[in-house]
Design a protein around this ligand. Structure first.
Ligand SMILES: [Zn+2]
Length: 80
């Protein structure tokens, strides 16, 4: 199984929660080592989760994933 950026984004909240199986986690780890975009996404997604946790709301807001994807696509387009 070869992981691409879109797969990392799809699984990123489960990854942060430790809710992916070991094989998938290893693939994501390997991707993150070589992909600056996904490393940045992971950092910013962690920040969002922490902010949400600080407000004692433990579920990400509805639409979070699609908003994140929209932002990522813009950033990808901007970085050429
Ligand atoms: Zn990537």
């Amino acid at each position: 199984m070869r992981i691409e950026c879109k797969h990392v984004w799809e699984y990123i909240s489960a990854y942060i929660d430790g809710d992916v199986d070991a094989e998938l986690r290893a693939e994501i780890d390997r991707h993150l080592e070589t992909c600056e975009i996904c490393s940045a996404v992971l950092d910013s997604t962690r920040n969002v989760v922490i902010l949400v946790a600080d407000n004692r709301v433990f579920e990400l807001p509805a639409g979070f994933s699609s908003r994140l994807h929209d932002r990522l696509e813009k950033e990808l387009a901007a970085s050429g």
